[in-house]
Design a protein around this ligand. Structure first.
Ligand SMILES: Cc1cc2nc3c(=O)[nH]c(=O)nc-3n(C[C@H](O)[C@H](O)[C@H](O)COP(=O)(O)OP(=O)(O)OC[C@H]3O[C@@H](n4cnc5c(N)ncnc54)[C@H](O)[C@@H]3O)c2cc1C
Length: 311
């Protein structure tokens, strides 16, 4: 009995972990060089920077237990429960919210932790999922697609009508993430939501959330701005740097990197937390619920448990 899982982001990893815990063998495929998906890190001046998801929050009890375990083992760390609000020309007041968690090793390390001991084939680009089910022509007892809807839809054979209908024509929006390293820390915010800017929507202090104090910021663009620069994200760098400097009154950064997320988040949230039809092709990911890290874990875990029962 083997289940093939496409996607080694948090949803695929959680699904793989739930199936493995229930005694079901899995084979994970991911087209990236390393697991993590949108919980991604990139090297900037020899130091890893979180360029995808900024932080975790916990509402679901099961996910809270998972995060508590990561904290107890030193993998995740409480970051802050208050962010600032800012405009294009400066920072205003502070707003309290839920406790946010970061990770000293980068959020990607949490995905890698879930996948410990599980077979993962990286740089494995899956092209077709057919009835049977099959994955690129090979038969499996079940197949899971743990991907954004626009990445899942083209893989599904026309014979898988219910699965295709579940993911087709769902709009997702892009984001660009600017990582910027400075000579020194001159700002006093953990993170701030930017309102009234055409360019930026959010800024996070990567040194504070990772706990090493490095003078590194990550700024996320608005979706309309990202949509204009998808073909050449690096060309958006200067406008993003200028906007970032305006919000936090900064000197020029020493080095920068722009990361493109074509499918950063779905435009509309779903009620269901996964899809599993008669064809034994399951669908999960943060598109199943409101789009955040916790949703990806809940979606993957629930689908994994449902599949284990079915098999
Ligand atoms: C810029 C940005 C900021 C965010 N900020 C936050 C935040 O602060 N807090 C929060 O909770 N959430 C945040 N999120 C959302 C969070 O990152 C996602 O909810 C979560 O990481 C989604 O996980 P996933 O497993 O569903 O999908 P993904 O992480 O996208 O995983 C899908 C995987 O599938 C692989 N793949 C795709 N196509 C194929 C194929 N054909 N063959 C093989 N493999 C394939 C990809 O390589 C990828 O690894 C943010 C997202 C972005 C982009």
């Amino acid at each position: 009995m083997v289940v093939a899982i496409v996607g080694a982001g948090l949803a695929g990893a959680a699904c793989a972990r739930a199936l493995t815990s229930a005694g079901v063998r899995v084979q994970v495929h991911d087209r990236g060089l390393v697991p993590g998906g949108r919980m991604a890190s990139r090297r900037l001046d020899g130091r890893y920077v979180d360029v995808g998801a900024s932080y975790l929050t916990t509402r679901d009890e099961g996910f809270r237990a998972q995060v508590d375990d990561w904290v107890a083992r030193g993998l995740a760390r409480p970051w802050t429960d208050a962010f600032h609000l800012a405009g294009p020309d400066g920072v205003g007041g502070r707003k309290a919210g839920p406790l946010r968690y970061g990770s000293a090793g980068g959020l990607r390390s949490l995905v890698a932790d879930l996948l410990a001991g599980i077979p993962v084939r990286q740089e494995s680009v899956v092209a077709h999922v057919g009835p049977g089910p099959t994955l690129d022509g090979r038969a499996y007892d079940a197949v899971v697609l743990a991907l954004p809807d626009p990445q899942a839809a083209p893989l599904l054979d026309p014979a898988l009508g219910a699965e295709r209908a579940a993911v087709q024509d769902r709009a997702w929006e892009p984001v660009l993430a600017l990582a910027a390293a400075f000579a020194q820390r001159t700002w006093k915010v953990d993170g701030c939501f930017v309102e009234g800017s055409d360019v930026l929507g959010w800024i996070a202090d990567d040194g504070r959330r990772r706990g090493d104090g490095a003078p590194v910021l990550v700024a996320h663009s608005t979706s309309p701005f990202a949509a204009q620069h998808l073909a050449d994200p690096a060309a958006a760098g200067p406008a993003m740097v200028e906007a970032l400097r305006g919000v936090l009154q900064l000197d020029a950064p020493q080095s920068t990197h722009v990361q493109r997320w074509t499918y950063a988040r779905p435009v509309d949230a779903r009620e269901d937390s996964f899809f599993l039809g008669e064809a034994r092709v399951g669908l999960c990911g943060d598109g199943w619920g409101s789009p955040r890290v916790e949703t990806a874990w809940v979606s993957g875990t629930r689908l994994g448990r449902a599949l284990a029962e079915r098999l």
